[in-house]
Structure formats: structure tokens, C-alpha cells
Ligand binder design. Structure first.
Ligand code: ZN
Length: 301
């Protein structure tokens, strides 16, 4: 699932390619992808893009006349950019959901797999756009005090608190694992049980991890639009996410995994839980009420 660093890269690339350019046509190829009815999507045609914003894990293309196109990539949605006009009806292949033709190139929305979760919404006016914001704090802009207040408002597992879009904006399964490893905290520790030093450690780890990865991706793409397969939740340089069974980069012990409902979390027992592996039986009791049960719940749909 594209999270804050990935979505930021997409936004910056879209800003370079589309801002100031006129949208000439919108081609919707999947009946499921467009979730809004009014205003109709062709009202965007002929309008110039004036900006790009991020709302949580969503990308918002801003058009003149106070119109917005909200793109929610969910798990497997991806964007591609090609110069000029599309050479076929489905320029991104059979997984193409929609094509936005600008005067200088075309943006392709694709989604791999059979679960069609990615979505587009056409929105008119800031007020209607605000309804798409789950309201979480901006992790790179909030103060330590604001973070503490949001984190401890409810007594949640840290995995849930970090990935809850109403608490923090733009963090999902991958970066929450990386943040918790950097903070040396268990994903199942309850947020209200943290002392001040731990809250500060988590706050610092969150900002450092997200900054570091955004910079790293910027360097990797170097001003180019990310190509096919380049935005992924599994990166070789991750410390724990997607690394089940591999050695922890800090202590060399094997990375552990918890699977629950549609989600999983990867962690190092030595670095994050005083060497104790989180056992399955106690887990299911603890997780029952406090785990993002569905992908939709985690991304804020
Ligand atoms: Zn470790």
C-alpha cells in the first residue's frame, strides 16, 4: 500500500508533469473505479491542473474552478505517466482502470489483482473535499505534545494507533513496522502504557523513518515519474517489514511475524519485546478488539 513517502513521491512527480497543463479527456475503463456520481467526471475535461495535494494516503489533483480528483490507490493501485497520447485503449495493460489525457502526456491508473479497491472521486469545493480527510495528524508536522495527545486519546496497540487514519495521516502496515523497530517498541504495547521517554522515542522514530524514506525515494527516482513496479511495500532496505525469518539488521536475530485478519506485522523480539516472542494464543485475545481488521479500516475508507 502506498504510504506517506510513496504518496509524496507520486505527488511531487504529478506536480512536475501536470500543474499548468490542461486535462483534455478522462477515460474510465473499469465500472468500479469511479465512486462519485455528481459532478460527472467529464466536468474536469478542459480544465487546467493547478496543484497536487496529499490527504492521508490519497492523492488529490486540483483543477481550476475549485474541482478536485481524489485518487485512492488502496493496496495495489499504481500510477504511470507517459509522454504524448496513449497508443492503445489500455496503455497500462489489462490492469488499466482509467486514463487521464493531459495536453503533454497521459496519466494511467492501474490495479493488479482481482480485488478492485482503488477509487476515484470527482469533488467540487473545499468543503466536499474535507469529507475525504479522516482527520489524522500530519506525522511530519505535528509537535510532540500533539502526537502524545492523539496517541493516548484511546488505549490502543501501537500498531493500531500508528495505522489508524483518524490518529495519524499516511502511515500503513509497512512504515508502522519500520517505525516501531526504530523506536524499539512492541507493536502490541498499549499506547496509554508508554512513559514520556517512550512517547518521545516513538515520535522521533516516526519522523526520522518517514523523512529518511521520503529522501531515499526522491534520490532513487531523481525527478522521474516512478515506473512500473517501483512503488512497493517491500523494499530490500527495510529493517523488518516483509523480512520474516531474515536477520534483524541491529541484533541479527530472526524477524518474527504476527498475522491477523487481513494484516500482518513484522518485528524483532530481541529489539522490540525484551526477547519474548509474542505468542499466538494471547495475541488473538488482545488483537480481537484492537487490530485493523480490514484493509479498508487501515486506509480510512
Ligand atoms: Zn533486533
Amino acid at each position: 500500500m502506498p504510504e506517506l513517502p510513496d504518496v509524496t513521491i507520486y505527488c511531487e512527480a504529478l506536480e512536475r508533469e501536470t500543474v499548468g497543463r490542461r486535462l483534455s479527456a478522462v477515460l474510465v475503463l473499469s465500472p468500479f473505479v469511479l465512486r462519485s456520481v455528481d459532478p460527472p467526471v467529464n466536468e474536469l475535461e478542459g480544465k487546467r491542473a493547478t496543484g497536487v495535494r496529499r490527504i492521508g494516503k490519497r492523492i488529490v489533483l486540483v483543477f481550476e474552478g475549485g474541482m478536485f480528483l481524489v485518487v485512492h490507490l488502496m493496496i495495489a493501485g499504481r500510477l504511470l505517466w507517459n509522454e504524448g497520447e496513449p497508443k492503445s485503449m489500455r496503455p497500462g495493460g489489462r490492469n488499466t482502470l482509467a486514463v487521464l489525457q493531459f495536453e503533454n502526456g497521459h496519466l494511467i491508473l492501474t490495479e493488479a489483482g482481482s480485488k478492485k479497491r482503488a477509487s476515484l472521486f470527482v469533488v467540487s469545493g473545499e468543503e466536499a473535499l474535507a469529507e475525504h480527510d479522516p482527520g489524522g495528524l500530519q506525522p511530519l508536522e505535528c509537535s510532540l505534545e500533539e502526537f502524545k495527545e492523539a496517541l493516548t486519546r484511546e488505549n490502543r496497540t501501537l500498531k493500531r494507533a500508528l495505522t489508524n487514519p483518524k490518529t495519524l495521516s499516511g502511515i500503513g502496515s509497512a512504515y508502522s513496522d519500520e517505525i516501531l523497530h526504530a523506536a524499539r517498541l512492541s507493536p502490541l504495547k498499549l499506547s496509554q502504557s508508554l512513559d514520556d521517554a517512550e512517547v518521545k522515542r516513538l515520535y522521533m522514530a516516526m519522523q526520522q523513518t518517514l523523512h529518511e524514506w521520503t529522501d531515499r525515494l526522491r534520490e532513487q527516482f531523481h525527478g522521474k515519474f516512478p515506473g512500473r513496479g517501483k512503488i512497493t511495500a517491500f523494499r530490500p532496505e527495510f529493517a523488518v517489514h516483509g523480512k520474516y525469518g531474515e536477520p534483524c539488521p541491529v541484533c541479527a536475530n530472526p524477524i518474527q511475524r504476527i498475522r491477523y485478519a487481513e494484516n500482518e506485522t513484522d518485528y524483532c523480539a530481541k529489539c522490540q519485546n525484551e526477547g519474548r516472542i509474542l505468542a499466538d494464543r494471547s495475541l488473538s485475545r488482545l488483537l480481537k478488539n484492537d487490530w485493523p481488521k480490514t484493509i479498508e479500516e487501515m486506509v480510512g475508507n
